[in-house]
Design a protein around this ligand. Structure first.
Ligand code: ADP
Length: 408
């Protein structure tokens, strides 16, 4: 009957797989589409899908052809592709379950292909030789799967570690920030009680004012923390993405801040030609609200004409737009520029009473998180005494830049 050895049959199958790379890839893709939560075209990042999958399957064929000369794990191109897939599927928030199912499909398709080939050629190898070829095939798919899953899991572990570290430092900062006004209240309350028994109205009023200031501060802090947690919850839910005229959002923010701007003598100027975007409008509003209110808060009382100007500027990428929020306020010292987006960082805390401002150091952190959540970013430039510019860069169309939210 058959004079095909395992090696001969292996060569033949490897050749047939090589000849049928595209049809096999298409078969896998067709079946994958049923499993994927993302567009099939986003599965592989660097090349077109149909250029990439055949290369992966070709590597499986090579291993079937010559398993004794090269272990599949040592084949760097095959494991590099598998690792790339693990990283990509992590950013696409796939699950291990999905990955296993994808590889199971590939294994099934290749096994069916071998079976079809056996039927097609009529005469075949001995059962043990056929089993040997299938074993090599399963080996190759298994190693690929293991590499992809290992990469995927280590990406998750790194994300979880960094989240845990961030959470820990956030908790420490929150406790510190809450303890400060609470401590003052605990200190002022007995003094107020004692004063009530004497009748020094001036001291009595002083303690009341101290307590009021600290209660207001605590309330603001809690409101901003609530805002942050709402932001994080809504990141997990579907964001409210819609076509939005930036000009109308800016004018709405300006309307809400009018009183504050008038009180500080700051003119809100809005440039022409604001773009129209497909974006999560609530987040865009929150970004602008924080930046414009800061520009008003940190205006320079020494300048007769105080302004904040919001205008459209070009972005580095064609599919993004820039929105500049520029003021002629007191500016931010160079030494603080790299940290102002961190939570609870305040560059002018010592000047609060002179400037008549209060703050928690959360506004810019919230703005930066919002920008990141919509697939954009914020940069700052500033000169003390001259003013500050925040450049917000966001995608024109959130629906066409992949995920708008990279966090797990
Ligand atoms: P805050 O609640 O203190 O205003 P933010 O996070 O909004 O907190 O801002 C962080 C710090 O950055 C502020 O405390 C202030 O020192 C500085 N800052 C932010 N915006 C401006 C601005 N437009 N001009 C000058 N300083 C600013």
């Amino acid at each position: 009957m058959s004079d095909l050895t395992a090696a001969g049959f292996g060569d033949q199958i490897a050749e047939r797989i090589s000849a049928e790379l595209v049809p096999i890839s298409v078969r896998w893709l067709d079946q994958l589409r049923g499993l994927l939560t993302v567009e099939a075209n986003e599965v592989f990042p660097t090349e077109q899908l149909l250029d990439h999958i055949p290369a992966l399957i070709q590597d499986v064929a090579e291993y079937i052809r010559s398993p004794e000369t090269e272990a599949v794990a040592a084949n760097t191109s095959i494991t590099a592709k598998a690792r790339e897939l693990g990283q990509l599927r992590h950013t696409q928030r796939a699950s291990v379950h999905q990955l296993l199912a994808e590889y199971r499909l590939l294994g099934n398709i290749l096994t069916s292909f071998v079976k079809e080939e056996l039927e097609r050629i009529g005469i075949g190898p001995s059962a043990s030789d056929a089993i040997e070829v299938l074993r090599r095939l399963n080996d190759a798919v298994w190693i690929l799967m293991q590499t992809t899953v290992d990469t995927f899991v280590s990406e998750y572990t790194a994300t979880i570690d960094s989240h845990a570290a961030r959470l820990e430092s956030f908790n420490a900062m929150v406790s510190h920030e809450l303890r400060q006004p609470l401590g003052t209240l605990m200190y002022a309350l007995p003094l107020l009680k004692a004063e009530a028994n004497r009748s020094d109205m001036a001291r009595h009023d002083h303690f009341l004012r101290v307590m009021e200031r600290n209660v207001v501060r605590l309330t603001q802090l809690i409101e901003q923390l609530e805002g942050l947690s709402r932001l994080q919850t809504s990141r997990r839910d579907a964001p409210d993405v819609q076509r939005t005229d930036v000009a109308s959002v800016v004018w709405e923010v300006a309307r809400q801040l009018r009183e504050m701007a008038d009180a500080r003598g700051v003119e809100i100027q809005v440039g022409d030609g604001m773009p129209s975007l497909v974006i999560d409008m609530a987040r865009l509003e929150l970004i602008l609200m924080n930046l414009i209110s800061n520009a008003i808060k940190y205006c320079d009382p020494a300048k007769p004409d105080r302004f904040v100007r919001i205008e459209s500027v070009s972005a580095e990428r064609d599919d993004h737009v820039g929105i500049m929020v520029r003021d002629n306020g007191i500016g931010i010292p160079q030494a603080n520029l790299s940290t102002v987006f961190r939570r609870f960082v305040r560059a002018h805390a010592s000047r609060d009473s002179e400037l008549g401002v209060r703050g928690s150091g959360l506004g810019l952190a919230i703005a930066a998180e919002c920008a990141e959540a919509v697939g954009g970013s914020i940069r700052v430039e500033s000169n003390v005494g001259e003013g500050t510019s925040f450049l917000v860069t966001v995608p024109r169309d959130a629906g066409h830049v992949g995920g708008t939210d990279g966090s797990p």
